[in-house]
Structure formats: structure tokens, C-alpha cells
Design a protein around this ligand. Sequence first.
Ligand SMILES: CCCCCCCCCCCCCCCCCCCC(=O)SCCNC(=O)CCNC(=O)[C@H](O)C(C)(C)COP(=O)(O)OP(=O)(O)OC[C@H]1O[C@@H](n2cnc3c(N)ncnc32)[C@H](O)[C@@H]1OP(=O)(O)O
Ligand SMILES: NC(=O)C1=CN([C@@H]2O[C@H](COP(=O)(O)OP(=O)(O)OC[C@H]3O[C@@H](n4cnc5c(N)ncnc54)[C@H](OP(=O)(O)O)[C@@H]3O)[C@@H](O)[C@H]2O)C=CC1
Length: 521
Amino acid sequence: MAPAGVLKSYSRATGGRDRQDEEGRAHGRRRHALPTHNCVSVWLSHSQSAHLREVHVHVHGAEISTVEVSPQQLQPEPRSDRWEEAESPQLTRRTTAGGRNIFTERPEAQYHDGSGEHRTDGSSRLTDTCSSMGSIAEYYAGKSVLITGATGFMGKVLVEKLLRSCPEVKALYVLVRPKAGQSMQQRVSDMMKSKLFDRVREDNPDFHEKIVPISSEMMQPSLAISPEDVEKLTACINVIFHCAATIRFDEQLKHALQLNVLGTQQLLSLAQQMHHLEAFIHVSTAYANCNRKHIDEVIYPPPVEPKKLIESLEWMDDSIVRDITPRLIGDRPNTYTYTKALAEYVVQQEQDKLNIGIIRPSIVGASWQEPFPGWIDNFNGPSGVFIAAGKGILRTMRANNDAVADLIPVDVVINLTLAAGWYTAVHKPKTALVYNCTTGGINPFHWGEIGTYTHTHTHTHRKQETGSCSHHFYFLLLLYLHHHHHHHHKSIIHCCDRPSCPCVCVCVCLPPSAGRRWKME
Ligand SMILES: CCCCCCCCCCCCCCCCCCCC(=O)SCCNC(=O)CCNC(=O)[C@H](O)C(C)(C)COP(=O)(O)OP(=O)(O)OC[C@H]1O[C@@H](n2cnc3c(N)ncnc32)[C@H](O)[C@@H]1OP(=O)(O)O
Ligand SMILES: NC(=O)C1=CN([C@@H]2O[C@H](COP(=O)(O)OP(=O)(O)OC[C@H]3O[C@@H](n4cnc5c(N)ncnc54)[C@H](OP(=O)(O)O)[C@@H]3O)[C@@H](O)[C@H]2O)C=CC1
């Protein structure tokens, strides 16, 4: 176990008002220690005046990449996608003839091991491989990668990033099912035509040749992959990224178990047949253990033995399962978090046979920078709320302004996921490594602050667009903790689309003249 103070602060991923101030809110610029037993981490640091200043990618506590963001850069310019940008005290850089930076470790570099001890021991099992690890892109060169959930929000970004930043990757095998009357091929082809892939297309118009769709339905026995495809996959796959899941909070327990737990189990079985597999990366969620106050980067014992649960639910009528679901999920809020916790355990069971990494993102939001700022294709989590508020439909809701909004941009999550794939393959950890990919512990940002930033940003943006400072209130969402405050506000503002009376405007925190200019789009 790592030292409690540090890890608790970093790993806490649950929303809600919490104890982030054990280490104090950030006063001026500060850096927080990293969790100790993981070696690839992405973390954010900030100053009091800016909510997001830097993203750091660390390997073994050594920084391999830093991105600076000025407070004004709420819509930053696209930046270099190269991962090897920063000098670090623990890595030496050599630049190849082609201009590529290659980082190798200094022999005296310090390590943290799983017990939280600093190590200077050059004979550590981790150092052996570090000196030959090269860069992440170099690792993926010539590799064949299998991706589940490639048609989903995170899977798409993973596919895009691999193709763009690891151009030498050999092939991406994506498990896809036909859906909504579209064949598997049609779905993949549509995906590749989307704006998300514009930059990849620019770099390599033939990028589609690297994507190999494999027909699969993850709820079916053996994932419904044909014997020919199984043979193909077992012969060539080097790395697996498992993103597929049902992320519905209200999923029927049987369905969620079948996909999130049994589907994962079947993929692990397939993985074991692979002759050249180097890493299995499972995408979990920071909320898998949301019933705990502190979430360390460890896999907790499951609430129930998954195999037994699946066996006992098999014979039960759906209505009985529905009735007993609340008892089964206990102090977890939904079947999603419950089954994701079981899946982690199922993955852990294979750690003796496979090199495993588990990524636990918190609430994944729109891209921060890559492939361009602000990309998102769903209304999940709070995104639906932002859209409704941005459209002026939603203006009040019950929520705690001071609760931590543990948002994390999708590109940051994907960068970590790929870095973890590389790290896992190169270091072959003896036990599954867990990576909490969250912001709440080290760079807490609160729901209430979103209103402030959004308002300022909308105002600036509008001014840039129109050259005018006019107060058009497109975005006004007030959060109330108390039921009656929320209802009071709702009855005023939700009942009048155009508050023409100055008194109403004042009541709902608009300037008295706003009524005349209120405009809905
Ligand atoms: C100014 C201040 C701003 C401050 C804002 C403060 C906001 C506070 C908000 C706090 C929110 C906190 C959220 C916490 C989230 C924790 C997240 C944890 C992260 C994760 O680990 S996983 C990702 C989270 N998962 C989800 O978000 C899934 C949620 N969705 C569902 O559970 C169900 O879909 C839902 C919403 C219950 C709807 O079910 P149902 O009524 O059965 O409807 P259907 O599923 O049949 O869908 C009907 C129709 O709608 C489309 N649909 C549904 N959901 C989405 C979606 N998320 N995005 C896009 N489209 C969606 C669906 O496709 C159907 O369309 P058809 O055309 O097929 O009919
Ligand atoms: N979004 C978030 O905020 C967070 C997500 N996560 C985790 O990240 C992972 C990816 O999530 P996200 O991309 O947001 O989810 P999406 O719902 O966008 O994508 C889910 C993917 O799983 C596939 N899938 C679902 N059911 C099946 C099935 N029966 N057979 C084959 N494939 C199937 C979907 O395919 P299809 O297109 O055919 O439906 C889709 O590609 C999940 O494991 C989730 O738990 C973790 C934390 C936060």
C-alpha cells in the first residue's frame, strides 16, 4: 500500500463534497505527489487563478510530457501530438536523425515501488526494461491491436489517436456488431468518414486499410467470433484494449452482467489463446468502487463471487431478478457500477497469465485538445445537462455547487490508456496495475465553478464573434442544494421564456434590461 495521504488525495474519485482539503485547496501553483505504485500517470496541476494549467504525463514519477495551458485557453489551439516533449530529471533524451526524441532512463533514477518506498536500486525489475523502452509510438510500431467498443465514444478516440500518433502501428482489429440496420462494415466506414478522423485522413488518406473489422456480439458465447477470425486474432494480436460495456445506469442486472462481466470473461479467455499478446488493458470506471470513501489504485474484493452470481441468476425469471437487484447491488447506486466492480475482479483473476492494466476514468467529457478541442458525440453524464443549459432549456436544478465535478477530457484518458498499454507490455507487471484517471483529488473543480467559467467564456466568445458586449443570456443554470430554493426558482424562470418584467429579471439574477434581449436558440 502506498502512503495514505498522497494516495487518498490523488485517487479519490467520487463526486460530492469531500475531503480534498486534507492537503488544502491549491494555493498558488502546487504539485501533488503521484501515487506510488503506478508508473504511468497523467495528472493536472493548477494555480488559484486558473482552473487548469498543466497536464503531465509521468513514467515512474518522471515527467515525459507537459502541456501548459494559459487561463485564457479555454479553447486552446491544437498542439503537437508528440508525446516526447519534455526533458525530465529521470530520463535522458536522444534525438534521432528523423527528429524523433527517444527517452531512456538515467541509471540513478529513483523509483517508487508498490510499498511506497523510494528506490534507487538499479536492479529493480522495472529498470531492466526501462533502458530499452524507447517511446510509446515506437512500441506500437508493427503491432497488431485489438479494440472492443471501437464504435463507442472512447473507442473512437482511441482508434483515432493510435492511427495519428502511432503511424507505424500495423493493424487495428475492431470487434463490431451490426446495429440499427447497418452492417458492421458500413458502421466502421461511416465512423472513418467522421470529422473526428479528419486529421488522420489528412496525414494518411489510406488509413482505413489498417482497420480490420471483426464481427462480434459480446453477449454471445465465444463473443460470436467466427473460427477463422479467432485463428486470425490468436495468431497476430499484441495488445488488447477492452472498452466495450453497457454504460446505462438503469440497465437490467442480467444484461449488465452478461456484457460487462461475462463478455469480459470471454475476452480474457480469447486473450489467453493469443500467441503474441503483450498487454491486456481493461477500461473500468472510477465509480466501480463509489461505495468507498477513498479509492486506492487496487482491486477491491468483489461484493459477490461473479461466477456464483451468474449461475444463480441464470435460472431466475427476469421479474425476480428485478426485485432482488436493489438487495444485490447494496450500497452501489446502479447495476453499471456494480457490474464494473465485478469485471475488475474477473480481470484480476487472470493476472498470473496475462500482463494487465486497468484504467479507471471518472466522468469522461469532451476532448481538451486532440484531435481538436471540444469533440464529443453523446449526451452522457453531465454533457446532456450542459447542452440543455446551453440551449436555454434548463435553468435551474438541484445540485451542490461545492461538489467536485470529477470531469476528465477524453483525450487525456486515451493518452493514459495508450501509455498504460505500452507500459504494461514493456514491464510485464506481476500483478494488474490500476490507474485512477481522475481530477477530483489533485485538481478539484466544482460544479458551481462551471457556471462561472461558462458564463465568462460565452461572453468573451460572443464579444469576439460580434464585437459587442451585449448581455445575451444563452447560458444560465443555477444550482440549488435545497429543494424549495430550486422549486421557487423553477417556478419563476422556467415559466417565463422571455422575462420581460425587470423585477423577474432581478429575481433570477439577470440585469433588469435582459428581458428585452432574452433570446433562445
Ligand atoms: C452551469 C453549471 C452547470 C453545472 C452542471 C451541473 C450538472 C450536474 C450534473 C451532474 C451529472 C453527474 C453525472 C454523473 C455521471 C457519473 C458518470 C460516471 C461515468 C461513467 O462511468 S459511464 C458514463 C455515464 N453513463 C451515462 O451517462 C449513461 C446514461 N444513460 C442512461 O442511463 C439511459 O440511457 C437513460 C438516460 C436512463 C435513458 O434511458 P431510456 O429512457 O430507456 O431511453 P433510451 O436508452 O431508450 O434512449 C432513448 C433515446 O435517447 C437516446 N439516448 C439515450 N441516452 C443517450 C445519451 N446519453 N446520449 C445520446 N443519446 C442518448 C437513445 O439513443 C435513444 O434514441 P433512439 O434514436 O435510439 O430512440
Ligand atoms: N463515458 C464515460 O464517462 C466513462 C466510460 N467509462 C468506461 O469506458 C468504456 C467506454 O465507454 P464509452 O465509450 O463512454 O461507452 P459507449 O456507450 O459510447 O460505447 C460502448 C461500446 O461498447 C459496445 N458494445 C455495447 N454492447 C455491445 C455488445 N453487446 N457487443 C459488442 N459491443 C458492444 C458499443 O458498440 P455499439 O456501437 O455496437 O453499441 C460501443 O462501441 C466503458 O467500459 C465504460 O464503462 C468509464 C468511465 C467514464
